[in-house]
Design a protein around this ligand. Structure first.
Ligand SMILES: NC(=O)c1ccc[n+]([C@@H]2O[C@H](COP(=O)([O-])OP(=O)(O)OC[C@H]3O[C@@H](n4cnc5c(N)ncnc54)[C@H](OP(=O)(O)O)[C@@H]3O)[C@@H](O)[C@H]2O)c1
Length: 315
């Protein structure tokens, strides 16, 4: 098992900056609630809201026509997972080839990993069970989300900002590289099976539980728009009810956080890089969850008072 290294490399800096950006955006949004004049009159405020909102939370944003030029349909969400499946299965194949056939990574990939980690490739300590498991679980996650986008979710005419769309595509590329970066700095030795630890099993169990929670939440959201026969009856945003929605407005965001925590456990709980990714997901989902929660509260008078935004009893 590896020890946490405190020296920050490029990949750690990247995730720290992203986490900080979303924390600042979350705080700025919360603060703006106390400045109603600014909300109504400032173009900068609208620009900021245009960048942080998407889908249902963007629908009531009063935007000038030129800002709509950058709108991309939210039903393109599947593109993110399609790119993720292609790229991360490719990385998984390279990883398995390097693990079982001792084939080195292509030189361009070695070069990228060296830049991101600041560690020369020959300093790598051999195949890591954690890395193979996380990359495999990440492929499973991306594939499930792709299938959900294509066959479960019912999308309305909501939109994303072009910046969010491009960010989303790049996100899944960088995330796959981040998994491999942990391989460069880890120090597990011996065969893959001999590295198996209780914490890997705990991580996999959490991953399965969180994935089931997220899938169930997606099914419940889709059912808000379909009749008993499965036919789409409306594209309106209704008040989510029942099951995990009793506690939070966005259980699927909570599940997303748990999925990333489960990867951290599979990394032995000691990969600083992956905890920074978890921090990014926490602030990102906190912002999206807060915006959805506020929308539901403003839209439904009967919205349950005890319901939190995305972390039960907490946030
Ligand atoms: N890791 C990351 O950085 C990251 C970032 C963003 C999202 N995600 C994950 O991606 C998944 C999807 O996120 P999302 O923000 O798109 O979720 P979302 O806004 O809740 O949308 C999910 C689906 O449910 C529909 N929907 C949402 N609220 C509804 C309501 N009140 N009534 C009826 N239908 C409703 C949406 O349709 P429309 O919106 O088309 O109306 C969409 O089809 C989540 O699990 C999230 O955790 C991850």
């Amino acid at each position: 098992m590896t020890r946490i290294s405190v020296g920050l490399n490029l990949i750690d800096c990247l995730w720290s900056v992203l986490a900080l950006c979303f924390l600042v955006a979350f705080c700025a949004h919360k603060t703006s609630a106390y400045l109603p004049k600014l909300r109504e009159t400032s173009g900068l405020f609208t620009f900021f809201q245009d960048l942080i909102r998407y889908g249902k939370t963007k629908q009531n944003l009063n935007r000038c026509e030129w800002l709509r030029v950058f709108d991309v349909p939210k039903r393109w969400f599947w593109h993110f997972y399609f790119v993720s499946v292609c790229w991360n299965v490719f990385l998984l194949v390279l990883l398995l080839n390097s693990t079982y056939q001792q084939q080195p990574y292509p030189s361009w990939l070695t070069w990228i990993l060296e830049i991101l980690t600041g560690v020369p490739s020959n300093a790598s300590k051999g195949p890591q069970l954690s890395t193979v498991l996380v990359q495999l679980l990440f492929c499973v996650h991306s594939l499930r989300r792709l299938l959900e986008c294509l066959f479960v979710s019912v999308f309305s005419d909501g939109v994303l900002h072009l910046v969010q769309y491009v960010f989303g595509l790049g996100y899944y590329i960088v995330l796959g590289l981040t998994v491999l970066c942990s391989d460069h700095t880890a120090k597990g030795t011996g065969t893959l099976l001999s590295q198996l630890d209780w914490i890997h099993v705990a991580g996999i169990l959490l991953f399965v539980g969180a994935s089931l929670l997220q899938h169930h939440s997606m099914v419940l959201l889709a059912r808000l728009r379909t009749g008993k026969s499965g036919r789409v009856e409306t594209l309106a945003h209704r008040m989510p009810k029942g099951s995990c929605f009793k506690l939070v407005s966005c259980p699927h965001y909570f599940a997303e956080l748990l999925i990333y925590i489960s990867f951290s456990l599979v990394f032995g709980g000691l990969s600083l890089t992956w905890w920074l990714v978890v921090l990014y997901v926490l602030f990102n989902q906190a912002l999206a969850g807060q915006l959805s929660h506020e929308l539901y509260i403003s839209k439904y008078n009967s919205y349950p008072k005890h319901r939190r935004a995305f972390i039960p009893f907490l946030l």
